[in-house]
Ligand binder design. Sequence first.
Ligand code: GLA
Length: 388
Amino acid sequence: MSIFDNIAKEFIEQFQAFPVIVRSPGRINIIGEHTDYNDGFVLPAAIDKAAYVAISLRTDGVVHLVAKDLNETFLTSVGDLKPVSTVSWPNYMLGIAAQFIKRGNAIPGFNAVLSSEVPIGAGLSSSAAVECATVFALNELLNTKLDRLTMVKMAQKAEHEYAGVMCGIMDQFASMMGKKDHVIMLDCRSLDYEYRPFLLDGYKILLLNTNVKHSLVSSEYNTIKKQCAQAVEWIQQHQPDVIALRDTNQVMLDEFVLPKNNNNNVIYKRSRFVVQEIERLLAGCQDLEQGNFKALGQKMFDTHFGLSNMYGVSCKELDWLVDYVKDNEGVIGARMMGGGFGGCTINLVKDEAIEPLIEKIKPAYEAAHERPLIYYKVSIENGTERLR
Ligand code: GLA
């Protein structure tokens, strides 16, 4: 049975009602990491792994949530919405409900069943997928007629306010706006975007999951974001027009951030990475336009080097995976992906090189790190959609 059939069956059995069912995917990002909250550009796409949410309204103010895969239930009421500290998954749905209420849209209570094939903590935005599916379903049920961009912003706010991660907009945007066989060139300042075809003739996107679970909340994500803001503040004292790291350059960083000389220049190094990464993405988009995947792939390796050595968000397992493939002629690009500290690497691999690579890298990784190496060959698919 498909996930759709399963979730529909479970919902009808448990709640004796016919739900709205929405599917919303996880995402990859080709290049442009940690640039979204610096007003830069990103190049993400939605993938063929999604979260599914089935929802119907109630009339008694109760919110009854079921995580089918975890066999867990969470009950609360619309009058008592607040972040939960004991388990994380209800927060993504409750955070969305709270956004509707903030907008003045009354919610009479609802039942929801969630099931997801987006691996958790793998850097594929499993939480954004749940947020986007939930906001889309509630928008249908409440007949609020919100546009997709409004829903993206509500999903991002849910992550900020209920999951405590002060994320940029990339993940929710990619999940909601994804388009089959296209990457999204998104300007995170203006939110202008363009779909660019991403048809890899003879290559596939292979994700290698370290199985090191990243935890963005407990990790450094929010601290790093503040450090970027600190760099901007230092520069602003001399260049008042600078609003974000996107507006800076190497000269400004050398002049106004380097002399602050804090904690081994960590803020300087991180800011430098962001400036370089934005340039790299823009150049990478030209490679893409010219169909030069080799050049784009090389930039992905460069991004990994920067994320590991300048931005400091990699880990030994991610570094190991990228290092392992870098001399493999069948792999044209590889890097860690997402927030960091664990999760997946994204690899562009020649069709015929995939099986031989997996055969070798899997046992080697497992012997070196005593963790399973899971892999996914992913395709680029459409964003959030209602299934019934
Ligand atoms: C996480 C965040 C995104 C983005 C990436 C890093 O996935 O949710 O907003 O900052 O990390 O590029």
